[in-house]
Design a protein around this ligand. Structure first.
Ligand code: SF4
Length: 194
């Protein structure tokens, strides 16, 4: 693996995603993959039959032999921002197959789980302000918890940001308050749906 990508992923594994995200942001827009080293290669070379998130990476490397080494060599020559973007996109889309940024799917499992636990304060704030963002499971829970406990938040606005109907958001908030023994904020308790 490219040592620079290794440093970025090591930081991410310690819950510091900023260096990886900074690099990924340097390959912006729809054409971020134009400079990728895998352009023109057969995409099947990057999806190896035995490479699975449940597998031991050493087993996959051994089982796939030269096919794995070839694809990983191509990735290691990929420009750093492109490789970082490739990896971040795979995490955002919860991709469980295929080589990305010189990492087998089997080697990305820890990162994938860590990403799903990650809470991006900017994304949570944006959703609470009514701007739709795709959120991870934990970020979504954070939005619901904040909404359930803050009577100043407008259900219409938060529902729009979350991409759900208002009534469904109110139901989620009720369930959250019940589960956590929270009191109902007064403005919500006075509403018919609160
Ligand atoms: S890092 Fe991603 S974009 Fe670059 S060569 Fe590998 S698979 Fe292609």
């Amino acid at each position: 693996m490219n040592p620079d990508i290794r440093n970025l992923t090591n930081s991410a594994r310690q819950d510091d995603w900023a260096p990886l995200l900074r690099q990924a942001a340097m390959a912006p827009g729809k054409h971020w993959a134009d400079g990728a080293r895998c352009v023109g290669e057969n995409p099947e070379f990057f999806v190896l039959p035995s490479d699975d998130m449940t597998q031991n990476p050493d087993y996959v490397r051994h089982a796939e032999g030269e096919a794995a080494r070839r694809s990983l060599r191509i990735c290691s020559a990929c420009p750093l921002p492109v490789a970082a973007r490739c990896l971040v996109d795979s995490l955002k889309h919860d991709e469980r197959h295929g080589i990305r940024a010189g990492l087998l799917a089997a080697e990305r499992e820890g990162l994938r789980k860590a990403w799903s636990r990650r809470i991006d304060p900017a994304a949570v704030s944006a959703v609470l302000s009514g701007t739709y963002k795709p959120l991870g499971k934990h970020e979504r829970r954070e939005v619901i918890a904040r909404f359930a406990g803050d009577r100043s938040l407008d259900p219409e606005v938060v529902a729009r940001g979350l991409g759900v109907p208002r009534d469904y958001l109110l139901k989620l908030a009720r369930m959250h308050r019940k589960k956590h023994g929270m009191e109902v904020p007064s403005s919500v308790s006075s509403s018919p749906a609160g």
